[in-house]
Design a protein. Structure first.
Lengths: 352, 352
């Protein structure tokens, strides 16, 4: 038997609702497997901030570190000034735990509604850098609120940081049938950062002769995303470009209700964190309307990261099967979770 | 009679081909109007750089300044290192001539093929800031090529620069039937720049009580662009976000073959520059395959900027009429230009 120490950050808005379903499916897939989950709930997010002024304390972080993985729902509420929870909690977790691979698979499941008239087969993964770029928080402003204000934001890119994520992306490309990697950047304008990314892809690529490499400027990449998304297999890109591209990728593959993500530390020196790409959606919170599928798929990514490959597959198979039978009839958050859990359980019976 | 001194930068790849058609239509619409064009061709781009090592000299710039407007085809060639012509020529023109309003209208003409299954009515304009943000070239790198390389890119945003473009965007929104302005940024992460943009929109917005204002993070904006583009009327955004969004906007409204742009100095202290959004497309250069429509629409924007409103409308009407009858049969660059010029001429006869 094996015990997984799971830190749960349900967070704000619909976060707790979708996390409950993710945990339901997790419990189901692990039932009888000999793997047990030891779960710690962390009270983090808007309410805690309003109550205490704290976003993520050193104690919180130390406690979270004692876990094997983190499942996160969503962070953010309009009652909290913009940036406070994003920078003080969500990004702080990604940075403090060195989640340098922000993994965002996009797959268009058969039957899923997409805004594209003729999407073709879509199945790619974005490897978004998670600890550098314009996300580092190295900005500042002077003369704020005066006509002479200057506000700067600095994108920091290091050989160390770029190489490790590019290496991860190549390894993923190598393991996929199409073995293709696309670097997305804007090296004709952001020449310093762009050339570092480019050189790194060239250098690391030499170690992966079977992987074919191409490049797209981020602006052109958004065009391909809607005109020819099947051209993509593995995309490697910077933190901000990855943020933008993965929301667009989610939109063309059925919406952020289906988009899962992992904030991964491949060295496993810290717990990796799995979260749906969507936000806290306060407008529909508490109404059992949120689609928990992205959270359930994030659980599948988590199982995979934890080496529970068979269980990961059972969860993603359950999602694929459920999606194939969706006809647009609205179901409650809990009903979707129940349906997925039931399929996971049934799948186990069939294959067992 | 009035004389327009027009600087023509045909540039690289398909640039000269599409510019020829733009000028053909321009000549046609001005025929008999009493307005004459005094045209100067500037030899700028890849060939000049290969020959002389120059991108844009002080003399070039001084000569260009002596004009009322600039028509630009496309700049860039794979034989020139990335960034050299973009930064040394195209962006240098935008910056030196203080083109702080990068105007990019997106309209889905009836009958135009779009990758979206159900786009609805699309008719918006992106007011992209053109002289600040991550485009300022304030980056740098140390220890280049070593494992300790650090490459930074700095986004500079000033109250002066943000306010003037926001003001322009509000004025445009006020003049449009829907009177709606959407700020696109990422203020939950880029808090310093983002908050400057936000505060500026609030302050200037108080002077435009009839304009309704909303906000979207850039990642969410890409989602709306493919799921609900008709929500947009005027978008105001930073240089880089505008670059990304306008390519995506072009993609959903028929492709960059149709996307026009103006690099505008609203104070008219310098010549504004009009250019198709597409690049030099070296793969199809010299084959008479390029669609000159985006250049012709850029000519329409130029006419409008020069106060020749009626002529501007005649050109855009000709484009709309031509597009409505396109059936996918390929036409040469010249054939499209001829057809548009013929329509412009015919339109003049009808309305005259
Ligand atoms: C909430 C925000 C800070 C976050 C990001 O920009 O990374 C989100 O958009 C995401 O993609 O996970
Ligand atoms: C060529 C490049 C420098 C330019 C930009 O990034 O502005 C282009 O993409 C555009 O949108 O006009």
């Amino acid at each position: 038997t094996r015990t997984i120490r799971l830190a749960v950050v349900a967070g704000d808005g619909i976060g707790p609702e979708v996390v409950a379903e993710g945990l339901k499916v997790l419990d189901t897939v692990l039932a009888g497997s000999g793997v047990t989950v030891e779960r710690t709930d962390f009270d983090l997010g808007a309410q805690r901030w309003h109550r205490t002024g704290e976003t993520l304390t050193d104690e919180d972080l130390a406690a979270i570190r004692e876990h094997d993985a983190i499942l996160l729902g969503a962070i953010g509420d309009p009652s909290v000034p913009s940036g406070v929870l994003e920078r003080g909690l969500l990004l702080k977790l990604r940075f403090a735990l060195d989640h340098y691979v922000n993994l965002r698979p996009s797959r268009l499941y058969p039957g899923v509604p997409t805004p594209l008239a003729d999407p073709g087969e879509v199945d790619f993964v974005v490897v978004r850098e998670g600890t550098e770029g314009p996300y580092v928080g190295n900005g500042g402003a002077i003369r704020v609120g005066t006509p002479h204000e200057v506000a700067n934001e600095v994108s920091v890119n290091t050989a160390f940081g770029v190489e490790r994520v590019v290496r991860d992306a190549f390894a993923r490309a190598q393991a996929r049938p199409r073995k293709k990697l696309t670097l997305v950047h804007k090296h004709n304008v952001l020449v310093h950062a762009g050339h570092l990314w480019r050189r790194t892809v060239e250098t690391v690529g030499a170690e992966y002769p079977e992987v074919s490499v191409d490049y797209a400027h981020v602006d052109a990449a958004t065009i391909y995303m809607v005109t020819d998304p099947s051209r993509f297999d593995v995309i490697v890109t910077d933190n901000l470009f990855g943020d933008i591209l993965t929301d667009l990728a989610a939109a063309i593959t059925g919406g952020i209700g289906l988009a899962a993500s992992g904030n991964v530390n491949p060295e496993r020196t810290t717990p990796s964190m799995f979260e749906p790409v969507h936000g806290s959606a306060p407008d529909i919170a508490g109404q059992a309307k949120a689609d928990p599928t992205a959270t359930v798929l994030s659980v599948s990514l988590m199982l995979e990261h934890l080496g529970l490959t068979e269980e990961a597959r059972r969860v993603s198979d359950a999602v694929a099967a459920d999606i194939a039978e969706r006809d647009g009839t609205p179901r409650s958050t809990g009903a979707v979770g129940d349906a997925l859990a039931a399929r996971v359980a049934a799948g186990a019976r069939v294959s067992g």
